[in-house]
Design a binder for this molecule. Structure first.
Ligand code: GAR
Length: 191
């Protein structure tokens, strides 16, 4: 049996990275090669240290001004590249090199509340401000445009009038923890 390889990209806390790592911890058929981050002080690095996961920081030069990350990804031959709270746009050279192999999670029901600048609490604040009665998660393929690739799965949750943006964030995170690893697992099993 060939071991399936995942590469994760993250920019922040990395709670999704930790959740995905825990989900696959006992699985011999799936391995997390490494976590790549564009923030040298991202909390995700501490989590990787604790979990014993390879973590690497890269800058703009390596990511989009040269082919360094592209070449590294190619040499690692991942089955899936997973953006888990990663905030830079993926360069076209990378999306072209990995068609249908890069997925992202967005903390809202795209196409609502997507696009540049719409991440993390910015999304939940906007949902609250618009008095939405529901929000959720969108797991989608990544193309060269922010938050526009084909949807793989959306899951909704109710927003109550009393919910603060933080309450909304908690509800959305719970959905992320439940559904993101399962979707990754399903996609890997189809490869
Ligand atoms: C997650 O809620 C994810 O959906 C969101 O960032 C958070 C990262 O949390 N991603 C975006 O907003 C992408 N536009 P985490 O670092 O604790 O996993």
């Amino acid at each position: 049996m060939k071991t399936k390889k995942i590469i994760l990209f993250a920019s922040g806390s990395g709670s999704n990275v930790e959740n995905i790592a825990n989900y696959f911890k006992l699985r011999k058929d799936v391995t997390i090669c490494c976590v790549l981050t564009n923030k040298s002080d991202a909390k995700v690095i501490e989590r990787c240290n604790r979990l014993g996961i390879n973590a690497l920081f890269f800058n703009r030069q390596a990511f989009s001004k040269s082919n360094f990350i592209l070449d590294m990804l190619r040499s690692l031959e991942p089955d899936l590249i997973v953006l888990a709270g990663f905030l830079w746009k993926i360069p076209e050279a990378i999306t072209n090199a990995f068609p249908n192999k890069i997925i992202n999670i967005h903390p809202a029901l795209l196409p609502k509340y997507g696009g540049k600048g719409m991440y993390g609490m910015h999304v939940h604040n906007a949902v609250k401000e618009a008095k939405e009665t529901e929000t959720g998660i969108t797991i989608h393929y990544v193309n060269a445009h922010y938050d526009e690739g084909a949807t793989i799965q959306q899951v909704k949750t109710i927003v109550n009038p009393k919910d603060s943006p933080e309450d909304i964030a908690s509800k959305v995170h719970l959905l992320e923890y439940e559904f993101f690893p399962k979707v990754i697992d399903e996609l890997l099993s189809k490869q």
